[in-house]
Design a binder for this molecule. Sequence first.
Ligand code: CU
Length: 131
Amino acid sequence: MKTRLLAALLFLAAACGKDSTKPEGTQPAEPTSKAENPAASASTRLEISVTAKGFEPDNLSVPSGKPVTLVFTRKTESTCAKEVVIPMDGEKIERKLPLNEAIAIEVTFPKAGEITYACGMDMVKGTVVVQ
Ligand SMILES: [Cu+2]
């Protein structure tokens, strides 16, 4: 017992005295057993229709910091929402919405909050709640 304690103290003293302390007895790398789930890395797809009523649904929840794909499909001519504008930090995302064409917009909302997207004239609106 005594010698072991002494050895430990000596080791500590030696370690303190060294200028360049290399990590002694590095642990072997832990086996990475976690299998990546390919489905989990695919971004969430959220479908939004543009109808005479506006964006449907006009309220969505998305996680922050993860890529999501907003898919806009305009299904009517009787709307002024023939494009969509999503305000982002810095620059906004603008996409034309041709009739009956699914327009996929992949986007990552960095932080929690509420994003209001709208048509080009800021009249028809929808909300993305980032959680
Ligand atoms: Cu409009």
